[in-house]
Design a protein around this ligand. Structure first.
Ligand SMILES: [Zn+2]
Length: 89
């Protein structure tokens, strides 16, 4: 199961839908001072706002929704959310 991620230019509540992603800052440098990466995701399952790490944004590690009743766990890949698992047994 996969659904499209929508990249938005601003976090305007009226325009945010489940699966919306806002890339706030993606400036990293090679000087060892670290990355100031910052991105937000609206959970495609429950609509909860999550802060994404650079690894999550790049699809290297899964996004796990922090919603109490939300089982969403997925990867962001190629502009889509790829679900690693959905539903609790
Ligand atoms: Zn969720």
């Amino acid at each position: 199961m996969a659904s499209a991620v929508t990249f938005v230019d601003a976090w305007i509540p009226e325009l945010i839908e489940p699966g919306s992603v806002l890339l706030i800052n993606n400036t990293s440098d090679d000087l060892g001072s670290g990355s100031s990466f910052c991105a937000l995701l609206n959970c495609p399952n429950c609509g909860r706002m999550e802060v994404l790490t650079e690894d999550q944004f790049a699809g290297r590690i899964p996004v796990v929704c922090g919603g109490v009743d939300c089982p969403a766990q997925f990867y962001l890949r190629d502009g889509k959310t790829i679900y690693a698992s959905v539903g609790r047994s």
